[in-house]
Design a protein around this ligand. Structure first.
Ligand SMILES: O=C(O)c1ccccc1N[C@@H]1O[C@H](COP(=O)(O)O)[C@@H](O)[C@H]1O
Length: 218
């Protein structure tokens, strides 16, 4: 049996970083996408990263970034993983991975089984995959991710990928056990599900989410 791992994403203040780290998060994420209510600058992230223990992997979340932005972040933040949450092609994922020498996780937005199949294109070039909900076209002001939306986890059941993958999209302490059981996920990621409002993390909710997942094995 393997312990299910966790990522808490969209951290933008020291108290939330502390809550995630001390309560056992395996990954924490900083969002470098200015339209997001959770966005941080490279300078803010560098400051926040000082309090992160080495045991926690720092993830930089980007949406169709240019090289200059990634470089600016890496100048001050010891990223252990680059999360690409835009429309990056497999070629672009490969280029980023080779240029920066850091593991890359490609996020795929899922509405139907063909979106899961599309992940196959990234298997040769990504170190990890992440599955998030695709927002419906009717959702106004939707972000590329971080919308607090779930998708049908049954689509992932029995899926076999040659690289590790994370389950994301609307996870919180109340649904994460079912999400893990149905999807078979070994790593879960949340952002909106541990917030009091978009961009404002709830410290008690971070602790509760992590405590819930700590009891899960697959
Ligand atoms: O969190 C954001 O603001 C964000 C912006 C742009 C792309 C992705 C973003 N968040 C990621 O989306 C998934 C699902 O988040 P949620 O739990 O549904 O809020 C997760 O990987 C976030 O890191």
């Amino acid at each position: 049996m393997t312990r299910v791992k966790t990522k808490i994403c969209g951290l933008n203040d020291a108290a939330a970083v502390q809550a995630a780290a001390t309560n056992g998060a395996d990954y924490i994420g900083f969002v470098f996408f200015p339209p997001s209510p959770r966005a941080v600058t490279p300078e803010q992230a560098a400051q926040l990263a000082r309090d992160v223990p080495d045991s926690v992997t720092i993830v930089g979340l980007f949406v169709d970034p240019d090289d200059d932005l990634i470089r600016a972040v890496l100048d001050g933040v010891p990223l252990g993983l680059i999360q690409l949450h835009g429309k990056e092609t497999p070629e672009r994922v490969q280029a980023i991975r080779e240029r920066f020498g850091i593991p890359v996780m490609k996020a795929l937005r899922v509405a139907d089984p063909s979106d899961i199949e599309a992940a196959r294109l990234y298997e040769p070039v990504a170190d990890m995959l992440l599955f998030d909900a695709k927002p419906p076209a009717t959702l106004e002001n939707a972000l590329p991710g971080g919308n607090g939306l779930v998708f049908d986890w049954r689509m992932l059941k029995g899926a076999n990928f040659p690289v590790p993958w994370m389950l994301a999209g609307g996870l919180d302490k109340n649904n994460v056990t079912q999400a893990v059981t149905i999807s078979g996920a070994l790593i879960v990621d949340t952002s909106s599900g541990v917030e009091v409002e978009p961009g404002v993390k709830d410290l008690a909710a971070i602790a509760a989410f992590l405590e819930t997942v700590q009891g899960l094995e697959q």
